[in-house]
Write a protein that binds this ligand. Structure first.
Ligand code: PMV
Length: 319
């Protein structure tokens, strides 16, 4: 029996400025609309894949705990895709840790599948470009494709994610207002399928998302921070409006309190715009020079447990 082949990768979550929500019909896990994100430094997922001919099945632990069957199945699916390309039928032991709350809308699936894709391709010895790794990650969690790259990244339906602008394109910081340490109750997959099936506003969301993406991409390339912030907040509100109409509610009381504070900060002349994903946290886009002061203001909002200050960061890598 040969020795285990081991690879470890680190990846960071990304926050979509222009969101995707909803998938194209069919099984390919292809997003219905283009999206544009910023990869965050500071928060990390570290994943090790050990391919071992002696194992009778795949093993997966997250944060030191064996996970439920649904998570195991998604890991297995990715490993099966890699095995099909490597010609090996050996199973693997996968261990993954996050240094931030898992599955609570902090994009742990994005960094998780990005790190897993990179580590699995390496451990199984499959020659792959970054675009191949991004497309493998995208098949498991569409937003994960974007975490392969640093800085600002776009994901256009039917294509692998690709970088658009470097991390220092804008003087931006993201203040993550953590409002819960619990796992979210409705996964993004379930939430977006329900929106597509039941929201009267889903077609309007798809139309507006295409326009928002183009405008945001143009503003980013022009280094127009104000426009990027305003368009990012519009994207989040339109996404949640379409979801709300289907009864898919990710906001908590604290989400709304934090959002009100962001509106208040704007009235006081600060650059501050909010974006929310499939969870109750509010991510506030601020100018880097105001990050410390505004983190204190947001930390004082009732229901906000703590603030994580994140800067645009690098893509996934083997360590
Ligand atoms: O990548 P998924 O399937 O977990 O969905 C992510 C959905 C949002 O985070 C709400 C939006 C986005 O584009 O990342």
């Amino acid at each position: 029996m040969s020795a285990p082949r081991v690879a470890t990768a680190v990846a960071h979550p990304n926050i979509a400025l222009a969101k995707y929500w909803g998938k194209k019909d069919g099984d390919g896990n292809v997003p219905a609309v283009p999206s544009l994100s910023v990869t965050l430094g500071g928060l990390s997922t570290t994943t090790t894949v050990s391919v071992d001919g002696g194992l009778g099945h795949d093993h997966f632990s997250l944060g030191g705990h064996v996970t439920g069957e649904a998570e195991r199945e998604r890991v297995r699916e990715l490993l099966d895709r890699v095995r099909a390309r490597s010609g090996s039928s050996d199973f693997a032991a996968v261990t993954s840790t996050n240094d931030f709350p898992t599955a609570s809308g902090l994009a742990s699936s994005a960094s998780g599948f990005a790190a897993l894709a990179l580590a699995a391709l390496r451990a199984y010895g499959v020659p792959a470009t970054e675009a191949d790794a991004a497309d493998l990650a995208r098949a498991s969690s569409a937003s994960a494709g974007r975490s392969l790259f640093g800085g600002y990244v776009e994901l256009v339906p039917g294509e692998p994610a690709r970088p658009v602008a470097p991390a220092d394109q804008l003087p931006l910081r993201v203040l993550v207002c953590v409002t819960s340490e619990a796992a979210k109750s409705t996964s993004s997959r379930v939430g977006m399928n329900a929106t597509k099936a039941h929201s009267p506003y889903y077609p309007a969301w798809v139309q507006s998302a295409e326009k928002n993406f183009k405008a945001l991409r143009t503003a980013l390339l022009a280094r127009d921070l104000e426009a990027v912030g305003a368009l990012a907040e519009q994207s989040a509100l339109a996404m949640h409006a379409s979801a709300l109409a289907a009864g898919v509610v990710y906001f908590s009381g604290a989400t709304l309190e934090a959002y009100r504070e962001v509106q208040h900060l704007r009235k006081q002349g600060f650059f501050a715009f909010a974006t929310m994903d499939a969870g109750p946290h509010v991510k506030v886009l601020v100018h880097e020079r105001d990050a410390e002061a505004l983190a204190k203001r947001l930390d004082a909002v009732p229901g906000v447990l703590r603030i994580i200050v994140a800067a645009p960061g690098e893509g996934a890598r083997i360590v």
